[in-house]
Design a protein around this ligand. Structure first.
Ligand SMILES: *Cc1c(COP(=O)(O)O)cnc(C)c1O
Length: 646
């Protein structure tokens, strides 16, 4: 068998390949939202609005800039322009839809801090938000502190969700004193007495909201947030009690906002419309009861098309942002209009859709394992075990017609031979020979199947079982926790070499020693695959990958599996002339940092090793010079990066 045929289906011949074919294969124009593409040089580019122009930069140029600044892979790249672009897009889309429909109130968005709390993200949100009156949503005391310290009291807007104790409520009321518009949203009936007491004590009339539990249920990963068994929000009976209690306290006019949240990443526009419609019924009913409602807060849920399919798959959404805005507005108008209810200010708490695009995890490949047989089909000695001889016979008989039978036979003999080895009845060398013959058989089967138009069924998983493993310098658990926890699909592609055919297929393993530390769900030619087309590994030459759309939820959910810490982070701003600047560089955790997170004291560790080394000197195992060397290596490692360093 020639080397050239040892490549898997759907990957083209080397030599006749263009970057455009790569763009098609990896679907970058489907999931890239117009921001990401591949240029003529075969490098992934990002195009962003900058200073009134559209500026395009190659990610390889940015990686070069990282190298020059001593930022080692993996690096989380934040593109400030994309945060700004998404906030602008959200506000412009709502404002356009409001104008078109003749809607009688405004849109006020808030960014939910929990989706990405990093200081650089919040600072940028607050800066860009000024232009639109886009505020922040706080789900905890810590997040409220962030909001208070970043927003402008005149233009800013704060919504407080989550469980609230006295301190949380006090802070929210004091925000009103400072001039902030700050809604306290009641999530449970127990919060009311705390609010009433604090309001009396401080002499501040609260701005209140109420979260209702809608019956509407949504599709997708987070559908547990919806339906009448959802954890948060008041039931209809509790809403009625709330109205009565507020009336009694003389605060019914403080209830201004109706809130609901159906869960994140809602893939189906039908569910979004059903939620708005049901919420409008509550809105009208509570107004009828005397509440001074003026705001309708739809929560989050605006989806991101991670796989680029524009469908209602969990990783996608079957609507555009314009459709979302138009449908929300039309549903409110058609539900509240006939009841004569004035149009409410529309609030959304879109997190995922505002930040997902702005971060890219970049990493380099460290090594590759491939499952290829030794070059020539192996000879089998006369006195070899019968089963091994049988297996060798199978290899001789592979044709398109017999492929299925050969595959079954090969699996049978291999399993028998492995069993013999387990029982100690066959030598390691015979087993190794058998494994090699087996690989020849499956590659021979792939070669014959590639020539037939319609490959027969029964070979599912065959290609996967032969795919290479590319080892990437990153940790799934630290940087892509949703890949591990909920099988989230993120677009992953090589950052360069797209002028070259990707002739191999691979899964991507990380550098934790956990078998779950891998990426094996990929987007390819509009579908989902368990292996990814990749370029051949060239020893000693850097090969970079990017995981895209990772700006939402990944950073703080990540953990310290194998004590892989935070990665280096670089925030980059692109200018109108296509130049770019590193606005911020943050070093990731050092080994000393991660050790202290799990309660070690690095200084003490060094001291312990010093004692061990001292003893070794006394016992004449090592020289004093060697002792110094060991202690210096140890100290240098403590200061070093937790990932693979060049
Ligand atoms: C998490 C959350 C959001 C953000 O949802 P996205 O789908 O990321 O936009 C908004 N509101 C509440 C109450 C949340 O809990």
């Amino acid at each position: 068998m020639q080397k050239a045929v040892r490549k898997l289906r759907a990957v083209a011949d080397p030599g006749e390949w263009s970057p455009a074919e790569s763009a098609e294969l990896y679907g970058i124009r489907n999931w890239g939202a117009g921001y990401f593409d591949i240029n003529e040089a075969g490098e992934v580019t990002v195009s962003v609005p900058a200073e009134g122009k559209l500026a395009t930069v190659s990610l390889m140029e940015i990686i070069e800039g990282m190298k020059q600044r001593g930022l080692q892979m993996p690096v989380l790249l934040r593109l400030d322009n994309l945060l700004e672009a998404q906030i602008a897009l959200l506000n412009d889309s709502f404002n356009k839809a409001i104008q078109t429909a003749g809607y009688q109130a405004e849109y006020r968005g808030v960014y939910p801090i929990k989706v990405n709390q990093q200081c650089a993200v919040i600072e940028e949100m607050a800066r860009v938000g000024l232009r639109y009156g886009h505020g922040l949503e706080a789900g905890s005391k810590a997040e409220l502190l962030i909001a208070l310290a970043h927003l402008d009291p005149e233009k800013g807007y704060i919504i407080c969700n989550g469980y609230k104790d006295e301190e949380f409520v006090d802070l929210a009321l004091q925000a009103l004193r400072l001039g902030f518009r700050c809604h306290i949203v009641l999530e449970t009936p127990t919060e009311l007495p705390i609010i009433l007491e604090a309001s009396r004590r401080l002499g501040v009339r609260p701005m209140l909201g109420v979260r209702v539990k809608l019956a509407a249920k949504v599709e997708g990963h987070w559908n547990e947030s919806s339906g009448d068994r959802s954890l948060f929000g008041l039931t209809t009976a509790q809403c009625v009690e709330l109205i009565d209690a507020l009336r009694e306290a003389g605060l019914l006019d403080c209830l201004q906002l109706l809130h609901y949240h159906l869960g994140s990443q809602i893939p189906n526009i039908r569910d979004i419309r059903a939620g708005v419609q049901e919420a409008c019924r509550y809105y009208a009913a509570l107004r009828q009861e005397g509440a001074a409602l003026g705001y309708l807060d739809l929560g989050g849920g605006l989806g991101v098309d991670y796989d680029g399919s524009q469908t209602n798959s969990h990783h996608s959404k079957n609507y555009s942002l314009d459709e979302y805005c138009t449908d929300v507005i039309e549903t409110i108008m058609s539900t509240l209009g006939p009841a004569g209810v004035p149009h409410p200010v529309i609030v959304t708490e879109s997190g995922r859709a505002t930040v997902a695009y702005s971060s890219i995890l970049l990493f380099n490949i460290l090594d590759v394992t491939s499952y290829e047989p030794a070059d020539a089909p192996p000879a089998v000695a006369e006195d070899e075990h019968e089963l091994v001889k049988n297996l060798r016979e199978v290899l001789n008989g592979v044709t398109a017609k017999t492929a299925k039978e050969c595959y079954n036979d090969a699996n049978f003999y291999r399993e028998e031979i492995r069993e013999l080895f387990r029982r100690g009845q066959i030598r390691l060398r015979s087993l190794s020979l058998a494994e090699n013959i087996y690989l020849h058989i499956v590659w021979a089967i792939i070669a014959v199947l590639q020539k037939v138009k319609r490959p027969p069924a029964g070979f599912e998983g065959l290609e996967e079982s032969l795919a290479d493993i590319y080892y990437g310098n990153f940790s799934v658990f630290q940087s892509l926790p949703d890949v591990w926890a909920i099988e989230q699909v993120f677009p992953v592609i090589p950052v360069h070499r797209h002028d070259e055919a990707p002739t191999r297929r691979a899964v991507l393993a990380d550098i934790t020693c956990d078998s779950d530390g891998k990426i094996d769900r990929f987007i390819e030619s509009g579908g989902m695959k368990h292996t990814l087309p990749v370029h051949t590994w060239q020893e000693g030459k850097p090969y970079y990958f990017g995981v895209f759309l990772v700006g939402a939820y990944q950073e703080t959910l990540g953990d310290l599996h194998n004590l892989m810490g935070d990665t280096n982070v670089a925030s980059v701003r692109v200018h109108g002339d296509g130049s770019f600047e590193f606005v911020r560089e943050m070093s990731g955790d050092s080994i000393s940092d991660v050790l202290s997170y799990v309660e070690y004291q690095p200084q003490q560790l060094l001291e312990r090793l010093r004692k061990t080394a001292e003893l070794a000197v006394r016992r004449e195992r090592i020289s004093l010079a060697q002792r110094q060397e060991i202690l210096e290596s140890f100290a240098a490692s403590l200061r070093g990066y937790t990932y693979y360093e060049d």
